[in-house]
Design a protein around this ligand. Sequence first.
Ligand SMILES: [Zn+2]
Ligand SMILES: [Zn+2]
Length: 532
Amino acid sequence: MGETSTGVKGHVARPALTFLGGAGTVTGSKFLIETHETRVLLECGLFQGGRELRRRNWEPFPLPASAIDAVVLTHAHLDHCGYLPALARQGFAGPVFATGYTAELAEIVLRDSARLLAEEAEHANSYGWSKHHPALPLYTEADVDRAVRLITPVDPGQAAIIAPHITLTLHHAGHILGSAWARLEFTGGRRSSTLACSGDLGRAAHRLLRPPDTFSGADVLLVESTYGNREHADEQARQAFADTITRTLGRGGSVIIPSFAVDRTEVILRTLRELRQADQIPQSPVLIDSPMALAALSVYQKAIAARSGELRPEIIADGTEALDPGGLQELRTPAESMTANRPVRPSVIVSASGMATGGRVLHHLRHLLPDSRNTVLIVGFAAEGTRARDLSEGARTIKIHGEYVPVRAEIIQADAFSAHADADDILCWLTGAPEPAATYVVHGEPSAAAALRDRLDHELGWTAAVPALGERVTIRARKLRHCSSRSTVTEHNEEPKVGSARTPRATARRCSTCSKCVMARPGSAPMMGNLA
Ligand SMILES: [Zn+2]
Ligand SMILES: [Zn+2]
């Protein structure tokens, strides 16, 4: 404290922002914000995916964990909260600010993560593939205990002072239950400034959650770009989902849906209910086979019972039935799980993990893939190198638990349930807000991030950049100047909408906070350099 990593002791400099993760990749979101008196870590995500990415979780944290004063989490997915127990293990003991539902779901997700890390270490020790002897997990259940004790719920929409001269407001993001986009205000310097982070942005088409709260503007914006180069085709995918279930049950087979435990399972249940009510699919048992999914389901049920404002009105109106498709069976114990390997009746089986990289779904695939009556229905993004991706690309055999299993079942990919905004959704969310001084495109593969950056530039005329891992920039307020002639003002809302040809860059536009000013287009002043 008192000295920033710029090395200027006591000088009231602008806050600085360093991209410690979620830059150049989807996972590992960690954004370090430093003022002259405080350090706040916005997001504390785990790197996930290939070995190269996961290795980054083991790199030394670039500053002592105890030097961080507070953490802010946007939501409970591992790529946003999964490093928290590692940070606590290294000595971080400050408050962790998140919504109440994020606090509940993060505990479920982090305990499952600790269990998986322990299994991975055990496997490495049994087969000798780790360089470390013995291999240790990144963190343990005890570290999770330490981390969850630090979580301090804050109410969405309510400003909370989280550190000296730093105020946080969390706004509904509509991605999963509890998810938020965050707005931080820094008041310590000569001029106050603001930073907003989209977290993972939900979609107007989410079947359970209300669309995200409108983006109200900020001096600096971090925006996700998971689907920065894609558009969802919901209706076709939903039809393919319904047709696949009808066809498979009709020939006496079962449908296996590898699914993420949090939110995806709930959205599948809701969709099954709607399709059954509309008589678009036949009745059958629906087996939910994942202890984590069942724990998350009870948090969603609780939110429905509490009539949470995050939920769509039709979900609240449906009450506790909202997620019940009929014929629901909850498989909790390993013995119950084994019944799904050979279902007595043709069934819909929803089981983790979502990309079939591990978990109970592997047992079901081993038993059900060799039978051509069955179908594997892949309903979400399947990363390269995962079994779900191999299946969707037509693999004839799949290796499970050391054995090759023939793929005779039908394989269908119907990306009907993405909880991420696509490029159009993001542009729509931003349209109407005043231009930030700088917009950083994060949480995306390089091609997706670059595509979104180009659209922000061409369609909104915004200064947008894709930051590099470790890059450091300053947070500065937008320049304001008084308007001499209102006729010169370019009103943002009058610009051509998404999908139009390149828009001429606006040189000035009306200020959102005061109707008498226009904002000049600011120059960006990135401060390059690695924090290592
Ligand atoms: Zn997420
Ligand atoms: Zn994410």
